[in-house]
Design a protein around this ligand. Structure first.
Ligand code: NAD
Length: 335
């Protein structure tokens, strides 16, 4: 049995679907009511539990061989800049899940960390030097959310060293795709831009609001690449944190260009310079992940955004409801 914590969310939902496709038994747990999960998969054992609570973690981890911890109170820049305490409370989830995994004798534990662990001073320019794993130290991560991730990474390391629990840590860089948040304040840039372009088309306003001047840069990884990297890392012998992210750097303006091309439109851009923007530039250095796993993401931004756009468009134009599953576009090779 494999536990996926945060299974009602974006990455967790896709991971449950992929593990089931590969024949695993899966326990899927999330704090949200089950009718609010992005994907509810009939083959999984499904439970609603608040994993900040220690007893809930012991219940969730009973009898499991592996734990994937994807549960966190998080969102895009708009959420994490204004909810630092809530983000830091996710430390309870990881702490109690690690204890439960250790005490129930689990073999392996995966923690979903983030590029937000990297020191802000290394991300001041749009033409940023890609972030390599050692750049997380000396530590000065994103306030709130990033500190919790860095602290929890270290707790994984010490659970390995002191208690022999095999832990794996992936530092995700901006993951996007269908079956994720695209409205309500927790959405990230790719989904938010798809939504805004679709709204402009449906309302006929012909205008899009962009946070910042649009020249800030990021890299974006499609969900199928994320699943592949996550599972390769979990099955590997790599116990130090690894970047799981794309190394293709684009400006937010370029992201908007790509979505406009998909939608076959050109919108008037209105820049909101007072909106949360996070660091000026961020990219993933994939030398270490390439060396250790022989892998890095390969799905292009154009391909991934097309699929994401279509999924959001269907929902906004009154199409398929939440909870409908998608067929896989790529089969994870290992395992
Ligand atoms: P998400 O918000 O879609 O999923 C997280 C899930 O965790 C949600 O369904 C939420 O209800 C659940 N959760 C929150 N508190 C909980 C609790 N107390 N008990 C049980 N479940 C709880 O986010 P996601 O994009 O799927 O991210 C998954 C993980 O990957 C998170 O740890 C996140 O920090 C990390 N991450 C994601 C990205 C990204 O771009 N999506 C980037 C870096 C790191």
């Amino acid at each position: 049995m494999i536990l996926v914590a945060g299974a009602g969310g974006f990455i967790g939902g896709h991971l449950v679907a992929d593990l089931l496709r590969r024949g695993h038994e899966v326990r899927a747990v999330d704090v949200k009511a089950i009718d609010e999960w992005f994907q509810v998969l009939s083959g999984a054992e499904t439970r609603q539990l608040d994993l900040r609570d220690k007893d809930a973690c012991y219940e969730a981890a009973a009898g499991v061989r592996q734990v994937f911890n994807l549960a966190a109170d998080m969102g895009g820049m708009g959420f994490i800049e204004h909810n630092k305490a809530l983000c830091m409370l996710s430390v309870l989830i990881n702490t109690h899940l690690l204890m439960a995994a250790r005490d129930h004798g689990a073999d392996r534990y995966f923690f979903s960390s983030s590029a937000c662990v990297y020191a802000e001073e290394k991300q001041l320019a749009a033409e940023v030097v890609p972030l390599a794993e050692p750049d997380a130290y000396p530590a000065m991560p994103e306030d709130g959310y990033g500190w919790e991730k860095l602290f929890s990474e270290r707790m994984c390391r010490h659970f390995s060293e002191d208690f022999g629990l095999e832990t794996r840590v992936g530092r995700y860089h901006n993951v996007y795709g269908p079956h994720g948040t695209y409205d309500g304040g927790r959405e990230k840039a790719p989904a938010a831009i798809c939504r805004k372009v679709i709204a402009a088309l449906l309302d006929g306003t012909n205008e899009i609001e962009i946070w910042g001047d649009g020249e800030q840069t990021r890299s974006f990884m499609f969900i199928d690449d994320c699943l592949h990297g996550t599972q390769l890392l979990m099955e590997s012998d790599v116990s130090e944190p690894l970047n799981i992210g794309s190394s293709r750097l684009v400006t937010i303006n370029r992201l908007v260009d790509i979505v406009e091309d998909i939608a076959d439109t050109k919108l008037q851009r209105r820049y909101r310079l007072d909106a949360p923007q996070g660091v000026r530039g961020r990219n993933s250095d994939n030398a270490l992940v390439q060396e250790r796993l022989g892998w890095q993401p390969s799905i292009t931004l154009e391909e991934g955004l097309e699929e994401t756009y279509r999924w959001i468009y269907d929902r906004m134009s009154g199409g398929a409801p939440r909870g409908t599953t998608r067929s896989p576009r790529q089969v994870v090779s290992s395992g």
